[in-house]
Ligand binder design. Structure first.
Ligand SMILES: [Zn+2]
Length: 655
């Protein structure tokens, strides 16, 4: 940055500082980047165009020659983009109206034209037809502490066929729509060994990574449109058939907005959080369910993780023409997904709302790198979704609560993990778009949620809550890595339990997060052997083991256990005897075979490994128990049918 520009830049910051009073008295984040936009929605051309002033602060010790920005909308520019290629061209149907973003002007704060210094780069795959990452060589490199200030003129053409973003008829969901800074990672941040821009292309299976920013966004659009955004509406002025709205968002990682003439706007409040719900007018009979779900999530996260730090929250239940925008998160704005007919026993709308709200914590507050470690967001968030759903909607009925069929959210989330061979994939060995076929969702969502649930089974619910409270205290607004999360677990577990689980929990993560093993325990057999009085001549009868027992009904019993999978986790084993006695054993799970032996006037009646289902990674609960009394078979067939039904249901559900 050149010194003579300090006045203009200073002005920009003064404006920001003044405005900062509007929402948060004290900034929640470092605010390394900031955006001020003035744009117009053209409902004929389906464009959003205008000007943007943005800054990036070089908080590293490096002299940085360039800036890199995401131009996500260019993912929909042609069938040759990386996004289309990764979708195997499938979005390229004849009637698809493509989308793109054009940079019309690009200046620094001295009015120096940077358009000639612009180039499109493809750091992930070298695809020259992909224009989703922009690199601009600065007129003068940014020295440590400098602020780079740019003015950009741009036009964004929205695509039809909404995939999170675009238009459908007169419905608009405007996301990933403006030039957005990548994250400059100095050496030592996450896995960076040298400083550099982390600015990935737009991919079919990955989400985002950004600094927390301040957004001042002015939108001009037809006056009959009803809008919602990730910011707060600061002002509105009408001018004939058009109106201009000013939004402000603080300390959020993205800014998205929606416009549609037919929204019903409903409001509610939870503590100091103003909640706004936009939904089709003919669906407002479902508003109460939606508000209850989001308030449940606010309460649970507030209690067990940390406070929701913004005073506002908007969520959108898109109409069916905009259903492609459903189920996505932009921190203080998210989309849910109900439909006209949704019976009250089916908690899918609540589940989507709780899930997308939860991203406010892991993608919004913690803000990890979703391109590179998606499980830190989706997996962790799914784990909390399950806990919240089953807590508020019934332990066995978090997903479906019908007299004839009850399914917990825990079971519904564990099931895809069980059914997919990709459960053996490693959680973080590759960036999300490089995951082998069919493994992205299993790795990022279901496997991670399942091993987190297993971790909770081992260390206990209160310890897991403390892990997340510490994670929040330490890493909120700071972009931690997976290793940072593991370190927090190690720290909290050893603080709470000493060396009960060993010097650290790395043995757990090596097997689950970084491992490919299968977890499966089995009761191999039960042996009740009746005591026989010694026959024949004996000179040295050892009667110590039968002392005190009635030798007429004395049994030597053995519970024979096996570990079929590679994963070794500590597990409880419940032994039930014919006289009603029960013994709860602890097995470290290390041996391939393990016997628990008993002598007494009782036989083992049944054995259950993991009676409380703490080790949800165990891929087969059916072989976890054995009983000496025969069981009825038809129940198993019914369970299998239900299982197949849930699997089908999950496969059509977009998370
Ligand atoms: Zn999600």
């Amino acid at each position: 940055m050149e010194r003579k520009s300090a006045f203009i830049l200073g002005l920009f910051f003064v404006v920001n500082t003044l405005n900062a009073q509007i929402i948060n008295k004290v900034p929640l984040s470092e605010r390394i980047t900031g955006y001020k936009m003035d744009v117009r929605l053209d409902t004929d051309a389906k464009t959003v165009s205008g000007k943007m002033e943005a800054y990036w602060v070089n908080r590293s010790g490096d002299t940085v020659p360039d800036i890199q920005m995401h131009l996500y909308m260019n993912a929909f520019r042609s069938s040759r983009t990386t996004y289309f290629k990764e979708m195997r061209g499938s979005p390229g149907e004849d009637d698809l109206d493509l989308g793109w973003i054009e940079i019309e002007s690009f200046e620094d704060d001295n009015g120096f034209d940077l358009l000639p210094e612009m180039e499109y780069i493809s750091p992930d795959d070298g695809n020259e037809a992909d224009r989703t990452v922009l690199r601009v060589i600065l007129h003068e490199p940014a020295k440590p502490g400098d602020t780079v200030f740019v003015k950009i003129g741009f036009e964004t053409k929205l695509p039809s066929r909404i995939r999170r973003t675009g238009y459908s008829g007169n419905y608009y969901f405007v996301a990933q729509w403006f030039p957005k800074f990548g994250v400059y990672e100095p050496a030592g941040m996450r896995y960076a060994t040298v400083g550099g821009w982390n600015c990935h292309q737009f991919h079919a299976t990955s989400e985002f990574y950004s600094n927390h920013s301040v957004y001042d966004v002015t939108v001009t659009l037809p006056a009959n449109y009803i809008t919602g955004s990730g910011g707060m509406l600061i002002s509105e002025t009408a001018d004939g058939i058009m109106k201009t709205q000013v939004f402000r968002g603080e300390d959020i990682v993205d800014f998205a907005w929606t416009a549609w003439p037919d929204y019903a706007v409903l409001t509610d409040r939870w503590n100091n959080v103003n909640i706004t719900l936009l939904m089709p007018k003919d669906r407002i009979n479902q508003a109460e369910r939606q508000f209850t779900a989001v308030k449940n999530a606010l309460e649970y996260f507030g209690k067990n993780v940390g406070p929701y730090p913004w005073p506002h929250l908007t969520f959108v239940d898109p109409p069916s023409i905009g259903a492609g925008a459903g189920g996505m998160e932009y921190t203080t704005l998210f989309t849910s997904g109900s439909s006209y007919f949704m019976p009250s026993f089916f908690h899918k709308p609540e589940m989507v709302t709780v899930h997308e709200f939860g991203h406010a914590y892991f993608m919004g507050i913690i803000a990890s790198n979703e391109f590179e470690e998606p499980w830190l967001d989706e997996g962790v968030n799914s784990f909390w979704e399950v806990r919240i759903m089953d807590h508020f909607y019934g332990n066995n009925s978090g997903r479906i609560n019908h007299p004839l069929l009850k399914i917990s959210d825990a079971a519904a989330t564990r099931l895809p993990y069980l059914r997919s061979s990709a459960r053996q994939a490693v959680s973080n060995n590759e960036y999300s778009w490089k995951y082998p076929h069919g493994t992205y969702f299993i790795i990022s969502y279901f496997k991670a949620a399942t091993w987190l649930n297993t971790l909770m089974g081992i260390v206990g619910e209160e310890t897991i809550n403390e892990v997340f409270r510490e994670y929040y205290r330490k890493w909120a607004f700071k972009h931690p890595s997976g290793t940072d999360f593991v370190n927090v677990v190690n720290e909290v577990v050893s603080r709470e339990h000493g060396d009960k689980f060993g010097p650290d929990m790395n043995w757990f993560f090596d097997q689950t997060l970084y491992g490919t093993g299968i977890c499966d325990y089995k009761v191999q057999g039960i042996d009740n052997h009746k005591y026989q009085k010694p026959q024949g001549r004996s000179d040295s009868d050892d009667i110590s083991e039968i002392a005190g027992f009635n030798v007429d009904s004395l049994y030597f019993s053995v519970a024979e256990l096996g570990r079929i999978g590679e994963i070794m986790l500590p597990v409880d084993v419940l032994i039930h005897f014919t006289n009603g006695d029960e013994v709860l054993e602890k097995w470290d799970g290390k041996e391939r075979y393990k016997d628990f032996k008993y002598t007494g006037n009782r036989e083992i009646e049944w054995v259950k490994i993991d009676p409380e289902f703490k080790i949800s990674m165990d891929v087969d609960y059916n072989n976890n128990s054995m009983t000496m009394t025969p069981q009825k078979a038809p129940l198993h067939r019914l369970v299998n049918k239900i299982t197949a039904f849930i699997e089908f249901y999950l496969s059509i559900m977009l998370l």
